[in-house]
Design a protein around this ligand. Structure first.
Ligand SMILES: [Zn+2]
Ligand SMILES: [Zn+2]
Length: 394
């Protein structure tokens, strides 16, 4: 086992924790056609009968990489494969690294007694575990981002996905040019992420408010203690991203509506798990739409609808930007509070249709935003409300 081999294995760990196929494809491409990679001209390509340099392997890996890049931009597909990915990634890591072991080492391996296990195997086993562990860390991070921006209104999910794609590409080139630098850089980055994660959890824990009756620690925006149901006196407002605001709540009832619009329990402020209207909080057992009920919820949404539609008319006089701001505001304040209670099973064509309509409205909104923005909001608000009402009847 050479130093270069160790660095290659260590360096590919973070790449495989981000993507299953892209690093595999890049590796296969490099080993088959090193002359296309700047600075790699004098590396001898793999023999033609090697598994990784076969044309069909390259084509399949390339196709899968493209699907992976596209699929990861869709919240639905991301969620669908999220669970399996943490196992697929170490598998991909192992397969690629095993097929990279050159003929010579394979010969040597044959002669090695089983008692003397080649340290390469140990390194690969640890590497696969590390990929699995990092892939899980990444999954938790994505869950956290989705919690903040559930419908990808702020494009946090898409941006993080593009950042990951570029990190894999950048990391791969860094690895083949200056392997050791790449390993050190990525190790440092992972260290920083772990520290930030710890800090974030500490901060959340610190923000909790102790119940004066039973001592239970409650979320800062809870209206009642999740344990003994005692009314809490100091309630913080909740922000757009589900964060604690410094301002304290004056109107409890309005705040309970606000919590519901974030799909949170109106009593204890914890996230509600199901999409159903009729559901109980898993933490404190409170019924979701008991008080306030569905009618009050609709009333609050309608009020917001009039305000934002009026605002969008004014904003529409700013070319392009006015329409974009209106659409983002409407997504966050008008559509999301309904959408959060509707399962995400709408068909591919419905989505395509909505994208197409949005694009048309956007074109129209370049010059005539004061008409296009309110019309867009009106149409989509009506559709989301209709879906929400259907869910209420269920
Ligand atoms: Zn209590
Ligand atoms: Zn609750």
């Amino acid at each position: 086992m050479s130093v270069a081999q160790i660095i290659a294995i260590l360096g590919s760990i973070p790449l495989f924790s981000l993507r299953t196929f892209l690093p595999a494809f890049l590796t296969a491409l490099l080993l088959s056609y090193p002359e296309y990679f700047p600075g790699m001209g004098d590396v001898a390509p793999l023999p033609e009968d090697a598994f990784l340099s076969k044309d069909w392997v390259l084509i399949v890996l390339g196709g899968l990489s493209i699907l992976e890049i596209i699929g990861d931009k869709s919240t639905e597909i991301r969620n669908l494969i999220k669970g399996a990915e943490t196992y697929l990634k170490p598998l991909s890591f192992l397969l690629i690294n095993l097929s990279m072991i050159d003929e010579a080492s394979a010969e040597i391996l044959k002669e090695v007694q089983w008692a003397a296990i080649d340290p390469l195997w140990i390194l690969l086993a640890i590497g696969a575990l590390a990929v699995h562990w990092l892939a899980r860390l990444r999954k938790n991070f994505i869950d956290f981002l989705e919690d903040i921006d559930e419908d990808d209104n702020l494009f946090i999910g898409k941006i993080s996905s593009w950042v990951e794609d570029s990190l894999v590409l950048f990391g791969f080139f860094l690895l083949i040019w200056t392997g050791i630098v790449m390993v050190v850089l990525y190790a440092a980055a992972i260290g920083i992420i772990l520290i930030l994660k710890k800090r974030y959890h500490k901060k959340l824990e610190k923000q909790k408010v102790e119940c004066t009756t039973c001592g239970e620690r409650n979320l800062p925006f809870a209206t009642q203690c999740s344990n003994c149901k005692q009314e809490l006196s100091e309630i913080h407002k909740i922000g757009v991203l589900g964060q604690r605001k410094e301002a304290l709540v004056k109107d409890r009832y309005e705040h309970r509506l606000d919590l519901l619009s974030h799909k949170r329990c109106p009593d204890c402020g914890n996230k509600l798990k199901s999409n159903k209207i009729q559901q109980q909080c898993e933490i404190c057992g409170a019924a979701a739409f008991n008080s306030p009920g569905v009618q009050e919820y609709l009333k609050m949404q309608n009020k917001k609808f009039y305000k934002i539609t009026g605002l969008s008319f004014l904003l529409g006089f700013i070319p392009v930007l006015g329409f974009v701001i209106s659409a983002v505001l409407a997504n966050i304040y008008l559509f999301s509070p309904y959408r959060r209670y509707i399962s995400r099973s709408s068909s591919f064509f419905t989505k395509l249709f909505i994208k197409f309509i949005t694009f048309l409205f956007f074109l129209f909104g370049i010059a005539l935003g004061f008409l296009a923005a309110p019309a867009y909001i009106l149409m989509r608000y009506y559709l989301w409300k209709k879906k929400f009402l259907a869910q209420v009847k269920n």
